[in-house]
Design a binder for this molecule. Structure first.
Ligand SMILES: [Zn+2]
Length: 75
């Protein structure tokens, strides 16, 4: 019987991240109120988003901004 060890999560992008890593942290910057907040995405979409709405492929802050937040990948 072979023991398979799962490599630790790294900042690497691309290869072999679909099976073990289920979420990504994204930093959202609201262009209207200048809020900068770390969000967590899963395969199902956005989580922990009391203040943000995911819509039309963009993330909108609930301050009423009509512009989607700018998203940055957190490392
Ligand atoms: Zn805002």
């Amino acid at each position: 019987m072979t023991t398979v060890s799962v490599p630790p999560k790294t900042g690497a992008t691309g290869a072999a991240r679909r099976s073990t890593i289920s979420s990504d942290e994204i930093v959202a910057y609201c262009p209207k109120c200048k809020t900068l907040e770390t969000l967590e995405f899963t395969q199902d979409g956005l989580t922990r988003t009391q203040k943000f709405t995911q819509e039309n492929g963009g993330v909108y802050h609930d301050c009423g901004s009509s512009e989607p937040c700018r998203l940055y990948r957190a490392f």
